[in-house]
Ligand binder design. Structure first.
Ligand code: ADP
Ligand code: MG
Length: 420
C-alpha cells in the first residue's frame, strides 16, 4: 500500500519545536514501584525521536499513561461506584503512580542523553521548559490524561499544547483510534505529520489488507465474538481462509446446535455467527471451525482436562483451548499461505495447560515463508511470552488501534494528518 500521509521526512524541522505524540503507555509493576515491566513501546518510538533530534529539532514529547481520574470529583465518583470513600491523598497517590517520570528515565537511558521532565502538561512548568528548550534537546510532558480535556478532545487543551510548538508529529500508533486532544485535536492548530512507527504499522497492516500476497489466511480468536464482529466481517471481504479459535468458537458451535457446557457463550450473537458462516459460503471464503476442544472442569490453571469433539462438551465443563485435531487442521491451513493475519489467542494461553493451541499456531507461523502479522494486545503478548516474537514479520504495537484498522474503520489520529 502506498502510504498517503506526510511524514517527518516531508517537512523541515531544523531549529523547530516539535510536539511529538508517542504511545508511552507501558506496563508498570503492580506494586507501585515505578518499574517498567516492558519497554517495547518506548523502543518503538526511538527511530522518530532520534531522527528529529539529529535534524536539530527541539522535541516536546507527550503521551498518556493508564486511566487516571483527572479531577478529584471523577475519582470520588469512581470510588463511590465501588462503595468506597474517596480521600484526596489516595487520589494524589493514584496520579503519582501514573506519572511519566519512569518513562523519562528509561527513555534517557535508551537515547543516551538527558530527558527533561515537566511536572505538568500545559501548566507553568511545561510552558517554561518548552520555551527554554534548545535544538537537539528533548522534554517529556506529564501524562496527558492528567488534563480533563484530553479524552474529551477539548479544543482549549489542544490549543494550549499546540501553542508550545511549531510542528506536530504523531507516532502514537497505539492511540490513533482515539480522537483525543493530544492524538487528533492538536492537528487543528499545527502542521501535522506522522513518525516512522505509524508509517510502518500502516504500510505493513494496510498493505496486507489492501493488496495481500495470497492466499491470505486470517486467524481469529480471543475471548468474544462481540469484540471481533467488525474484524470478522471486514476480513470476510478480503481473506481466502478464515480460521476461528478461542472463546468465540463456542458461539459458532452453539449456533450449529452444539453442546458447549460452561464455555464462553454469547447467545445473542448466535444468529450473527450463522450469518458469518453463510457469508463465507456465499463469498467462497474457506471458514474453519474447531473440530475438537480441550475442556476443563473449572476455569483454573490446575483444572482437570479432557479432549472432546467440538459441540460435545459435557455439562459442567468448559472449552479452554482448541484440541489436537484442530491444531493439525489449522497448521495445515497456514502452510502455503502468502500472508497470515492473526488476531486473538486460540485458548486461555495464560494457563500453560491451555496454551498448546496458541503455541502450535505461533510455531507454525514461525516456520512459514508467509508475511505474518500479529494484531491485538493479548495476541502480541502471547507470541512474545511463548518466544516467537522475533520470528514474525510484524507485531503491532497497537492492540485496539490495529483491531479498528482491521475492521476497516477510519483512525482519527491518522485522518487528521496532512495528506502526502
Ligand atoms: P486480543 O487482545 O489479541 O485482541 P482478546 O482480547 O480478544 O485478544 O482475547 C484474549 C483473551 O481471550 C485472553 O485473555 C484469553 O485467555 C481469552 N481466551 C481465549 N480463549 C478462551 C476460551 N476458550 N475461554 C475463555 N477465554 C479465552
Ligand atoms: Mg485483548
Amino acid at each position: 500500500m502506498n502510504y498517503n500521509k506526510k511524514t517527518v521526512k516531508d517537512i523541515d524541522v531544523k531549529g523547530k519545536k516539535v510536539l511529538l505524540r508517542c504511545d508511552f503507555n507501558v506496563p508498570m509493576a503492580k506494586d507501585g514501584s515505578g518499574v517498567i515491566t516492558d519497554d517495547k513501546r518506548i523502543r518503538a518510538a526511538l527511530p522518530t525521536i532520534q531522527y528529529l533530534l539529529d535534524q536539530g529539532a527541539a522535541v516536546i514529547a507527550c503521551s498518556h499513561m493508564g486511566k487516571p481520574a483527572a479531577t478529584f470529583e471523577s475519582y470520588a465518583k469512581k470510588q463511590a461506584e465501588k462503595g468506597k470513600e474517596a480521600k484526596k491523598e489516595d487520589w494524589e497517590k493514584s496520579l503519582k503512580q501514573l506519572s511519566l517520570a519512569p518513562v523519562a528515565e528509561r527513555l534517557s537511558e535508551l537515547l543516551g542523553k538527558d530527558v527533561i521532565m515537566a511536572a505538568d502538561v500545559v501548566g507553568p512548568d511545561a510552558q517554561a521548559k518548552a520555551a527554554a528548550l534548545q535544538p537537539g534537546q528533548i522534554l517529556l510532558l506529564e501524562n496527558t490524561r492528567f488534563e480533563k480535556g484530553e479524552t474529551k478532545n477539548d479544543p482549549a487543551l489542544a490549543k494550549a499544547m499546540a501553542s508550545m510548538a511549531e510542528v506536530y508529529v504523531s507516532d502514537a500508533f497505539g492511540a490513533v483510534h482515539r480522537a483525543h486532544a493530544s492524538t487528533a485535536g492538536v492537528a487543528d492548530y499545527l502542521p501535522a505529520v506522522s513518525g516512522f512507527l505509524i508509517q510502518k504499522e500502516l504500510e505493513v497492516i494496510g498493505g496486507a489488507l489492501a493488496n495481500p500476497k495470497r492466499p491470505l489466511v486470517a486467524i481469529l480468536g480471543g475471548s468474544k465474538v462481540s469484540s471481533k464482529i467488525g474484524v470478522i466481517n471486514n476480513l470476510l471481504e478480503i481473506a481466502d481462509t478464515i480460521i476461528i479459535g478461542g472463546g468465540m468458537a463456542y458461539t459458532f458451535s452453539a449456533a450449529e446446535g452444539g453442546k458447549v457446557g460452561n464455555s464462553l457463550l454469547e447467545a445473542d450473537w448466535e444468529d450473527y455467527a450463522k450469518e458469518m458462516v453463510q457469508k463465507a459460503a456465499d463469498k467462497g471464503v474457506k471458514l474453519l471451525l474447531p473440530v475438537d476442544t480441550v475442556c476443563a472442569d473449572k476455569f483454573a490453571p490446575d483444572a482437570n482436562s479432557q479432549v472432546v469433539k467440538a459441540g460435545e462438551i459435557p455439562d459442567g465443563w468448559e472449552g479452554l483451548d482448541i484440541g489436537p485435531e484442530t491444531v493439525k487442521l489449522y497448521c495445515e491451513a497456514v502452510q502455503g499461505a502468502g500472508t497470515v493475519i492473526w488476531n486473538g489467542p486460540m485458548g486461555v494461553f495464560e494457563f500453560p495447560a491451555f496454551a498448546k493451541g496458541t503455541e502450535a499456531i505461533a510455531e507454525a507461523l514461525s516456520k512459514t515463508d508467509a508475511i505474518t502479522i500479529i494484531g491485538g494486545g493479548d495476541s502480541a503478548a502471547a507470541v512474545q511470552q511463548l518466544g516467537y516474537a522475533d520470528k514474525m514479520t510484524h507485531i503491532s504495537t497497537g492492540g485496539g488501534a490495529s483491531l479498528e484498522f482491521m475492521e476497516g474503520k477510519e483512525l482519527p489520529g491518522v485522518a487528521c494528518l496532512l495528506d502526502a
